[in-house]
Write a protein that binds this ligand. Structure first.
Ligand code: PLP
Length: 378
């Protein structure tokens, strides 16, 4: 018998303290208690976003915040730049088309990071671009971009920078105010140690100014309604208040450990996983790997779709395979949220065992030893 372990890059495992909050009786949201709770959660979110601006919490999965950051910012017929290097980057371009924007798509080879200079060139070529959409950590390819450098470039132009930080906030360094990221968006079920159901975003003054000027066709996702209500401690519609209660506990844990420490630990675990892959003569897919998720290429001769299934069925280890063009070609392991160094060792051990079961030549323990040396600082 194996314990069930959730190592997919979302949803991720939820700590017992947070699960217990989810078991509490449902409360009413138009109360002083809820307003005080939302106030506390918003302050904690500001810390996690590294901003002094308000952070809005929307009931919905991460894509709700993505949609809000498009429909409120780009009017029909306006030009936006979508940087696309994977499944989630594609979503920016699809959302832009859905709101009737003129979408300029910058295709980046999957598994590589967008070149900030290329973004600068695109902005020079199209000075009427009103917003630039990037993916800080592209979960489908396990690739990170240099968001700080990109923010430095976009910040010198009138364009608003929107970043999908769904697998970066709470795992990788992301500093909204210092770097000048105008709208970072995230969701509850990746690095924030919660079940799916909440989406969050914040808007810089530059972003808020653009939003105020944009003809907004949405109703549920209208950001000014969230802003107006939050000023009174409220949400415009019934919030997922049980999740918000649990969010307070999860963010409290993040605050207690400190973001810098979490970023460093996440980075160490990702490095351990990459060194394990190297020791096993496996290839890390990304040329610029994100530390929140690692994608490893399935070796020749191994059924790449059978590998995650085998890990789940025989070893209780739920990871993710590849999507779209990467289907059957990679396996992805999360380093986000409620994980520790022993989870990394379990990931490597499981990978070795399942690969061997599927006929690959694997020296059992070789990857584990390499990972353990990194984790132990040996
Ligand atoms: C998970 C994820 C999303 C999608 O979020 P949903 O919660 O499924 O709507 C978007 N972008 C990235 C980078 C993600 O990892």
């Amino acid at each position: 018998m194996y314990k069930k372990r959730l190592y997919a890059p979302g949803p991720t495992e939820v700590p017992p303290e947070v699960l217990l909050e989810l078991a509490r009786p449902v409360t009413h949201h138009r109360t002083a208690e809820f307003r005080s709770l939302l106030g506390e959660v918003t302050e904690l979110l500001k810390y996690v976003f590294q901003t002094s601006r308000d952070v809005y919490t929307i009931t919905g999965s991460g894509s709700a915040a993505m949609e809000a950051s498009v429909v409120n910012v780009v009017g029909a017929g306006e030009k936006m730049l979508a940087v696309v290097g994977g499944k989630f980057g594609e979503r920016w371009s699809e959302l832009g088309k859905a709101v009737g924007a003129e979408v300029i798509t910058m295709d980046v080879p999957w598994g590589t990071a967008a070149d900030p200079q290329q973004i600068a060139d695109a902005l020079k070529k199209h000075p009427d671009i009103v917003a630039v959409y990037v993916t800080h950590s592209e979960t489908s390819t396990a690739t990170a971009i240099d968001l700080k450098a990109i923010a430095g470039i976009v910040g010198k132009t009138p364009a608003v920078l929107v970043a999908d930080c769904i697998t970066s906030i709470g795992a990788l360094e992301m500093r909204m105010d210092d770097w000048g990221v105008d709208i970072p968006v995230t969701g509850s079920q990746k690095a924030l140690m919660l079940p799916p159901g909440l989406a969050m975003l914040a808007c810089s003054e530059k972003a808020a100014t653009k939003i105020a000027k944009t003809k907004n066709t949405s109703y549920y996702l209208k950001i000014p309604a969230y802003a107006k209500n939050l000023a009174k401690g409220d949400t415009p519609y019934t919030p997922a208040n049980t999740l918000i209660l649990a969010l307070k506990t999860a963010l409290g844990m993040i605050r207690a450990q400190g973001l810098e420490s979490i970023w460093a630990e996440t980075s160490l675990r990702a490095r351990a996983m990459r060194e394990a892959a190297q020791a096993l003569s496996l290839t890390v897919y990304s040329r610029n790997p994100s530390d929140s998720v690692t994608a490893i290429c399935v070796p020749d001769g191994v059924d790449g779709e059978a590998l995650p299934k085998k890990l789940a069925k025989d070893y209780g280890l739920r990871i993710a395979g590849g999507q779209s063009q990467l289907k059957g070609k990679i396996v992805r392991f999360s380093h986000m949220g409620y994980v520790d160094n022993f989870d990394t060792l379990a990931q490597v051990a499981g990978l070795e065992m399942a690969l061997r079961d599927l006929g690959a030549k694997v020296e059992i323990g070789r990857g584990v030893a390499a990972a353990q040396k990194v984790l132990a600082g040996a």
